[in-house]
Design a protein around this ligand. Structure first.
Ligand code: I3S
Length: 128
């Protein structure tokens, strides 16, 4: 990877469109509000964008679109969560700070691929 102002540019692992809702903030339950989100997995973070103009693989780079929010995957937990929604193909991501998100796709292969890729990052961080 090429150097930037932070030292090293993190590696883009994956980007794509998923449905997202935040269901807890710091352990406190929130009301669901499903929305499409452009999701970018880069370095140790999952970054969410809501602006449709962000839907390109470079959106996370400095100076491009502003993210809606960003999740640190260190210490995070993933689990399938079909019990938490009437939607199919849903998993829950819980951060170490107690923020919880549901991510969903109509396409099973696609959500499985996201689950696997995020879990790989979490596992890598656990070993550091
Ligand atoms: O788990 P819930 O509370 O049944 O989730 C549904 C509701 O949050 C609903 O909103 P209101 O009750 O605020 O109108 C949402 O529109 C639904 O999408 C939620 O359920 P799903 O099954 O889509 O996750």
């Amino acid at each position: 990877s090429s150097p930037d102002s932070e030292g090293v540019t993190p590696e883009l692992e994956k980007a794509g469109l998923l449905n997202k809702t935040k269901i807890a903030e710091g352990g406190r339950k929130l009301r669901k509000n499903w929305n499409p989100s452009w999701v970018v997995l880069v370095g140790n973070s999952l970054v969410f964008f809501k602006d449709p103009k962000s839907q390109n693989p470079d959106s996370w780079k400095p100076g491009n679109s502003r993210p809606e929010s960003s999740v640190d995957l260190r210490g995070a937990q993933l689990q399938w969560a079909n019990d938490l929604s009437s939607r199919k193909n849903v998993f829950k991501l819980r951060t170490i700070t107690g923020n919880e998100f549901l991510l969903q796709s109509e396409t099973e292969s696609l959500i499985r691929e996201w689950y696997r890729t995020i879990q790989n990052v979490i596992d890598r961080l656990d070993k550091e």
